[in-house]
Design a protein around this ligand. Structure first.
Ligand code: OGA
Ligand code: NI
Length: 320
């Protein structure tokens, strides 16, 4: 079915050589037509990635697996007689790096694990900002444009979601993570190199994001679709459950700061934009309740909120 589709893999080291233009073109094509690409030779040390993978798997076994099993029992998911559509078959915890780190508030992490995640987070933050500038270059936006938009008054929000998708006896009954687009900016994913499961929606078909050792999968969130006025796409994706194997995934979200003002870049808009302008936090409030729905109604709701705000009378009439 999807035999001819080749998932975009980008060798980032080629940006330093004579294949720079081709590589930039591949990134641009991926951003327009996939909303996803996979990076190799990205500069992150492989031994750091290996250590993090090992410690994340150990942490799951030691501190998370039992809780996951209890969750299954308490939600009646141990039998799976019928399809379940309101729960995900995943075990997760979050770390925040920016604007303030909460690394030392997270229970049950070894010091070695904390330090490795701190190092990894810093390197991913740098990579995310480099990528944003590559996107600016492809979009004809000035260098630093996206970083500046994301900055708001407090700088970007940067957080990591550490997940395990344990084996599931009846994969057809439940998703590891239901289909959604990501709300934020740029997502950098370090996924299991053996157990697959992540799929994206491309031209109406679900396509696997292939596991590839030491790669980093990148995808674009709703904010980049808005800022690029739809030139780049935030694409639906989901995680399938598997009968065998525990899939690890470490997704880091480089997002705008909560008061960042998001709107389509003027140079990318001809006439009226179909995309709204808003404060990022207001979008997140809306997203919280609508994550597993299509993005278009979210954009529409923000547009209506914008129109309503425009209509607000300057002299407020007291109504009580
Ligand atoms: C997410 C997500 C994919 C994965 O957390 O938004 O899409 O592979 N995760 O865990
Ligand atoms: Ni996602």
């Amino acid at each position: 079915m999807e035999m001819n589709i080749k998932f975009p893999v980008i060798d980032l080291s080629k940006l330093n050589g004579e294949e720079r233009d081709q590589t930039m073109a591949l990134i641009d094509d991926a951003c327009q037509n996939w909303g996803f690409f996979e990076l190799v030779n990205h500069g992150l040390p492989y031994d750091l990635m290996d250590n993090i993978e090992r410690m994340t798997k150990e942490h799951y076994k030691k501190h998370m697996e039992q809780k996951f099993k209890e969750m299954l029992r308490s939600k009646g998911l141990d039998t799976l007689e019928t399809e379940v559509e309101d729960v995900d078959w995943e075990s997760t915890f979050y770390l925040r790096h920016l604007p303030q780190s909460n690394l030392y508030d997270i229970p049950d992490m070894s010091n070695e694990y904390r330090l490795a995640m701190k190092d990894f987070g810093k390197r991913l933050e740098i990579l995310a900002e480099e990528l944003l500038d590559l996107l600016c270059e492809n979009l004809g936006l000035e260098k630093g444009y996206l970083k500046k938009v994301f900055h708001g008054t407090t700088g970007p929000t940067f957080a990591t979601k550490l997940s395990n998708y344990p084996p599931c006896p009846k994969p057809e009954m439940i998703k590891g993570l239901r289909a959604h687009t990501d709300a934020g900016g740029l997502i950098l994913l370090f996924q299991d190199d053996k157990v697959s499961g992540l799929q994206l929606l491309k031209d109406g078909d679900w396509v696997d994001v292939p596991p590839l050792k030491h790669s980093i999968v990148i995808n674009l969130g709703d904010q980049l679709e808005v800022i690029t006025n739809g030139k780049y796409k935030s694409v639906m994706h989901r995680v399938m459950t598997q009968k065998e194997g525990n899939r690890m995934s470490i997704a880091s979200f480089y997002n705008p700061g909560s008061d960042a003002e998001i709107s389509p870049a003027t140079s990318l808009v001809d006439k009226d934009s179909k995309y709204p302008s808003f404060v990022f936090d207001d979008y997140m409030k809306l997203y919280a309740g609508l994550k597993f729905q299509a993005k278009e109604p979210r954009f529409e709701a923000m547009k209506n909120a914008e129109a309503a705000a425009d209509l607000n009378p300057v002299a407020v009439v007291e109504t009580f």
